[in-house]
Design a protein around this ligand. Structure first.
Ligand code: G1P
Length: 291
């Protein structure tokens, strides 16, 4: 029987150089889309998917993330004293159940695979989800919820997947697809950041994964891949044939918040999805369109 997915890893050790100087003293995961930091969207998605334990793999200069998910006594006290109860509620909603969050340091930036491997002792012998906060997905049902439901049927390893333009394959893990059944596509191979000429398809891995314990064993070999980094994609690729492995074509729109234009687009889309903001934002957009 497939074990339930109860834990999630959030690799948040990255430097965020694409957003300098904004990220000079602030983690990129704290950049807000409208009024919520990227990392909180990912955490909310995990909660919606029924995840019970959240493991953050952090690095130097990331304490703002820990503080974000903790009580802010002075602020809460002030808000309650001034009877700003709606604001107080927003602050309290960010605070998880005591003991639900764990923080591990990735001491050296050796790649996504290495970051995930750093969490191995907290995961133990069960499947675990991995969420990359840079990939923000707007959908009626959270992407991880969709994947966990499908995973309950097929088990094994699973990656979120979408079609990208053929010339963009070098920015992604790319799937060599087999048979498809509904939203599931069998993964026969995976290549990290292939040039378009070498890409087996235009089906790209998006930052949501469900991985099985042998992936950690493989990562422990510390084999280097693209960019001389320890790649999660490579460790997963070596699991092809050992366990069921599917790509999941999720429902929803994904925003690449790892780059500036994608991040701006996300801000517009999320503002437009809010009834309190949409009319005003629409009229601003119309104004730009007129030039
Ligand atoms: C990472 C993964 C890549 C995946 C991508 C999704 O790359 O290594 O396989 O397709 O996330 O966003 P990064 O964007 O960190 O370079």
């Amino acid at each position: 029987m497939t074990k339930p997915v109860r834990k999630a890893i959030f690799p948040v050790g990255g430097l965020g150089t694409r957003f300098l100087p904004a990220t000079k003293s602030m983690p990129k995961e704290m950049l807000p889309v409208v009024d919520k930091p990227l990392i909180q969207y990912a955490v909310d998605e995990a909660h919606e998917a029924g995840i019970e334990q959240l493991i953050f793999v952090t690095g130097r200069g990331k304490t703002a993330i820990e503080d974000h998910f903790d009580h802010a006594y002075e602020l809460q006290d002030m808000l309650s004293g001034r009877n700003k109860l709606a604001a107080l509620e927003l602050v309290k909603e960010t605070i998880p159940t005591p003991g639900q969050l764990a923080f591990i340091r990735q001491q050296e930036p050796l790649g996504l695979g290495h970051a995930v491997w750093c969490a191995r002792h907290l995961v133990g012998d069960e499947p675990v989800a991995v969420l990359l906060a840079d990939d923000l997905i707007l959908s009626p049902r959270g992407c991880l919820r969709q994947m966990i439901d499908a995973h309950g049927e097929v088990g094994g390893n699973m990656v979120a997947m979408m079609e990208v333009a053929a010339e963009e394959t070098a920015s992604y893990g790319v799937v060599a697809p087999g048979q498809s059944t509904g939203r599931l596509v069998e993964v026969r191979g995976l290549i990290e950041k292939p040039k378009p000429a070498d890409a087996p398809s235009n089906l790209a891995v998006i930052g949501r994964y469900i991985i099985q314990p042998p992936v950690f064993t493989d990562l422990g070999r510390m084999e280097r891949g693209a960019g001389n980094e320890i790649q999660l994609t490579d460790a997963l690729a070596r699991q092809v044939g050992a366990a069921p492995f599917n790509g999941y074509r999720f429902e929803g729109k994904r925003f690449d918040c790892g780059n500036k234009v994608g991040f701006l687009e996300a801000n517009i889309a999320y503002a437009m999805a809010r009834t309190d903001m949409a009319p005003e934002v629409q009229s601003i957009i119309n104004g730009f369109a007129k030039g």
